[in-house]
Design a protein around this ligand. Structure first.
Ligand code: PLP
Length: 463
């Protein structure tokens, strides 16, 4: 790469992106294009000869941006906090600039070692048990997504069990979760070969604020054991996607322990809040977990993708995922002196993702990060108050973090009419392009809307 050419082009690209951020509110936050719009605007084949950056940027402006949903817009309130940050962005830039592929320690020792250090920092910030630190038999690893995290955990747990009860017993392994658990677990079960009839999705309701009931879990496990099945994985969630339910970790941990199961905690969204001492109690019980996951790309200012996974027994992961081809052999790995993260994940290649997390931690500092979380939660509280004060609406489940679940009440309490009303409201609001919110359907079959508050740390202003 020609360094001067890079300097000139990259400066222009940074200018383009900075201008985009400056004008981000002028775009409809939810893209309003029709499916297939882009094929009509771009040629059928790649150009034979080089085009200029200017031409490409003009196309980005005219053809690509209309098809972008502006996740970083202050008017974006859907799914979960969609935060990038200057620190996270620069970490990404640096990672792209170095462009290493750090699958083994030897392929870039700094990439592996920084990841270990930064995940230890974050584990300490979350006050995770020492067993999750790299200094013991466990450790942390950055996965791309929470879906990958739960998949590798499931594979580790599966193989641990099968090595004990025999490979032919795959049909006996049972997974437990609630009906609020993210579909990532279902996908992991599909990939991991868990029999669909052995995936227990336990019902929740408003009486527990949609948290998984340990009594019900106990009951179902007992039934399964009595028919010769083997409970092997319990997935609890702190901050479920549709209801921000917090499963009762200590009681669930007791059930998991009594039955010798692997206990995984998915705190993909809400885990970030637990860097504040006042929210840390929501993950009390993590001491008994075998693995814990939070997405720094959701609510920790780290540009996508960065999903932090900690595991107590790294050997289980490595046993399930390692291969040892000749071309990857090297002295450090053979001597067992180093961590080779390729054995902790599905792909071989991996990006230098710890740079952006390191930058976020260093350029903002813990106190600012805590303040940033508190600010979002306060904004959500204010929005929740507005909903409570308006007799046309109800708050569906008590707000805990920065997500508010609410719905328009049906005038005559008719479920179908209420659903139509809420769907119409959602479509109307989102089609304005002024804000973007998302929706879900509760276990009772009612549609509700979900609004997740957030704000920029860099601009020191809130949305
Ligand atoms: N778990 C929870 C609780 C989530 O909220 C989400 C995403 O919204 C996921 C898992 C899946 O996240 P990812 O896109 O990182 O796989």
């Amino acid at each position: 790469m020609d360094a001067e050419q890079l300097r000139e082009s990259a400066h222009r690209m940074v200018d383009f992106i900075a201008d985009y951020y400056k004008s981000i509110e002028s775009f409809p936050v939810l893209s309003q294009v029709e499916p297939g719009y882009l094929r009509k605007l771009l040629p059928d084949s790649a150009p034979d000869h080089p085009e200029s950056l200017q031409q490409v940027l003009e196309d980005v402006q005219a053809k690509i941006l209309p098809g972008v949903t502006h996740w970083q817009s202050p008017n974006y309130f859907a799914y979960y906090p969609s935060n990038s940050s200057i620190a996270g962005f620069m970490g990404e830039m640096l990672s792209a600039g170095l462009n290493i592929v750090g699958f083994s320690w030897i392929t870039s020792p700094a990439a592996t070692e920084l990841e270990i250090i930064v995940l230890d920092w974050l584990a300490k910030l979350l006050n995770l048990p020492d067993d999750f630190l790299s200094t013991g038999p466990g450790g942390g690893v950055i996965q791309g997504t929470a879906s990958e995290a739960v998949l590798v955990v499931l594979l580790a747990a599966r193989d641990k069990f099968l090595s004990r009860i025999g490979k032919s017993s795959l049909d006996k392994l049972v997974v437990y979760s609630s009906d609020q658990t993210h579909s990532a677990l279902q996908k992991a079960c599909q990939i991991g070969g868990i029999y669909p009839e052995n995936c227990r999705v336990l019902k929740t309701d408003a009486s527990t604020n949609y948290a998984l009931s340990p009594d019900l879990l106990n009951e179902v496990i007992s039934q399964d054991i009595s028919t010769g099945l083997v409970p092997f994985l319990l997935c609890a969630t702190v901050g479920t996607t549709s209801s921000t339910a917090v499963d009762p970790l200590p009681a669930l941990a007791t059930v998991a322990k009594r039955n010798g199961m692997w206990f995984h905690i998915d705190a993909a969204y809400a885990g970030s809040a637990c860097i504040c001492p006042e929210y840390r109690p929501y993950i009390d019980g993590v001491e008994e977990a075998d693995s814990f996951n939070m997405n720094a790309h959701k609510w920790f200012l780290t540009n996508f993708d960065c999903s932090a996974l900690w595991i107590k027994d790294r050997k289980a992961l490595i046993q399930a995922l390692s291969t040892n081809p000749e071309f990857l052999k090297n002295k450090a790995s053979q001597a067992n002196m180093v961590v080779d993260y390729r054995d902790w994940q599905i792909p071989l290649g991996r990006r230098f993702r710890s740079l952006k997390l390191w930058m976020v931690l260093r350029l903002y500092g813990v106190q600012n990060l805590q303040q940033y979380i508190r600010n979002h939660i306060e904004l959500a509280r204010q929005f929740e108050d507005l909903v409570i004060q308006d007799p046309r609406f109800e708050v569906v489940t008590p707000r805990i973090f920065s997500l508010v679940c609410f719905r328009l009440l049906s005038p005559d309490n008719d479920g179908d009419k209420g659903n139509k009303l809420n769907r119409d409201l959602l479509d109307t609001v989102n089609s304005t392009g002024k804000i973007f919110i998302s929706h879900t359907v509760s276990s009772l079959g009612y549609i509700h809307l979900t609004l997740c508050s957030w704000g920029s740390i860099d601009r020191r202003e809130t949305c």
